[in-house]
Design a protein around this ligand. Structure first.
Ligand code: ZN
Length: 499
């Protein structure tokens, strides 16, 4: 085999692999948005067959040989990185049989369905057995992949290359020591900010109209992006020019959909703005989870929870809901959407308490995979941590352990990337403010200047580099979570007039 032949084989195979992935992503988007519940057994079976066929492709001898050959060659920066990632993925794939892959895929999808039912019934006992089964299966898989490593380290690295418990421990220690005292102080001034008007009646159709205006403001273009509805907002990037985001309208919560749309559009931009020269690649398009989340939180928090972002938008919002907002000034609105409060639901948490929700999940996952927790008490352990860190009682399973979809999808090790992403976002924001007059561009509605900046400094690289390398390029220094802590301290000290 020579390089030219091997490259041809590689390219032919990944074209087919991408076709399979498109089918699976489309079906999964359909499942999450409009597919009727009773069809789920059939869909799960068909999808596990497709997964099996995909496995055949991914482990075909000539494809495997091509990857092994190419990863020993110098093919230039882009293809070298692609082959490093391809080889890593291949080595893991080859540890499992087709039957094991199909079984795992079926168990995962089934677990998701069971979670959905349990959440609807607000009854953890319906989900406990499938969850514990999935945890057990995940532990066995990790052991097979890498028997020498700490199990949770393997999972953390899956979602964020180069991260492990040691690094996350340090990160969360900082969160704990710096933010918990601040949260306590803010909590003492519970009623300092009035946000009651956000919970008046806001009809969904009018909220949808405002979402349109927000998307226009940030140039989220229907020629490459689509907004759908789901229980839990998410983004799915089929390709650079086909990115789907979803939201959920709560008629008694105005901010939820506004910020989920902005958040998901941040993800969508990342998918859309990667360098077109990577279109022919596969692995290099799988971006770091932390970096992905940094982009969504960048939109949602660093840009949108500001007066400048709403200078043009807020009058539109008032026009849509005059009965609720005509006497509320822009300043009052901004204060309300930044109110910090110890609460139960992660996705609705404010910027300040959000990382504590993540820390709770991180600590639980760490204990689960170190075998330090009695799995029969997982829901009780969850509740204990909410009491310990946020001082609140969890009144029901759906507001407790059943609130997130992640564990039902076997996304163990994913949560920490959310907090990491917030911290990465703070570092990028600090740099961007040095380079651009962010506030003025927002006030004038020149959002393209901002998305162009993100494209140039972050997004175009996709996974050509890991998150720390990209941060280094964009900000001239390594990852530094202190910027995140400083940002939150400064913001909430001012907002709550703390000493
Ligand atoms: Zn996100």
């Amino acid at each position: 085999m020579n390089t030219k032949q091997a490259l041809k084989i590689y390219k032919d195979y990944i074209e087919k692999i991408k076709a399979f992935i498109l089918v699976m992503e489309t079906t999964s988007f359909d499942k999450m948005t409009i597919a009727p519940e009773k069809g789920s057994d059939y869909r799960n079976k068909m999808l596990s067959i497709i997964n099996g066929e995909l496995y055949e492709l991914e482990t075909a001898k000539e494809y495997v040989d091509a990857i092994l050959y190419l990863s020993s060659q110098d093919l230039g920066e882009v293809m070298n990185r692609e082959m490093t990632l391809a080889k890593k993925s291949l080595e893991e794939q080859l540890k499992f049989s087709k039957e094991e892959i199909m079984e795992y895929s079926f168990v995962q999808m089934d677990c998701m369905d069971k979670w959905q039912k349990a959440k609807l019934a607000n009854d953890y006992s319906l989900f406990e057995k499938p969850l514990l089964n999935l945890i057990d299966l995940t532990k066995k898989r990790i052991n097979k992949r890498n028997p020498k490593a700490k199990p949770y380290d393997v999972l953390l690295d899956d979602f964020e290359e180069g991260m492990d418990q040691k690094k996350y421990d340090e990160f969360f220690k900082l969160i704990k020591t710096e933010l918990l005292p601040l949260i306590k102080k803010v909590n003492k001034k519970k009623d300092y900010i009035d946000d009651s008007f956000l919970y008046k009646y806001y009809p969904a159709d009018k909220q949808a109209e405002f979402s349109k205006k927000v998307m226009e403001f940030i140039n989220f273009d229907p020629s490459w992006g689509y907004l759908g509805l789901t229980e839990h907002p998410f983004t799915s990037g089929f390709s650079r020019n086909d990115v789907r985001v979803t939201t959920h309208y709560y008629e008694h919560n105005l901010a939820a959909a506004i910020f989920s749309v902005i958040h998901e559009c941040g993800h969508a931009y990342y998918e859309h703005q990667i360098d077109p020269k990577f279109d022919k690649n596969l692995y290099i398009k799988r971006m770091s989870s932390g970096m992905h989340e940094s982009q969504s939180r960048f939109f949602e928090n660093y840009l949108a929870r500001n007066e400048d972002f709403f200078t043009l938008l807020y009058p539109e919002l008032q026009k849509l809901f005059p009965e609720n907002l005509k006497d509320i000034s822009l300043e009052q609105f901004i204060r309300a959407i930044n109110k910090a409060e110890c609460s139960l639901i992660r996705t609705e948490a404010d910027e300040l308490t959000y990382p504590i929700h993540i820390m709770i999940r991180y600590e639980l996952e760490k204990d689960i995979f170190a075998g330090k927790i009695d799995l029969k008490d997982l829901d009780k352990e969850w509740n204990k941590k909410y009491k310990k860190y946020l001082g609140i009682d969890v009144p029901s399973d759906k507001e407790g352990i059943l609130q997130d979809i992640h564990w039902s999808q076997a996304y163990f090790g994913y949560f920490p990337t959310y907090a990491l992403g917030s911290a990465i976002g703070a570092q990028i924001y600090r740099q961007m403010r040095k380079d651009l007059n962010v506030d003025e561009h927002l006030r004038k509605g020149k959002f393209k200047v901002i998305t162009d900046y993100l494209k140039k400094n972050i997004q175009r690289y996709a996974a050509l580099y890991n998150f720390e390398q990209i941060l280094n390029k964009a900000t001239g220094e390594p990852f530094n979570p202190k910027y995140y802590i400083d940002y939150l301290k400064d913001k909430y000290t001012k907002l709550y007039d703390l000493k």
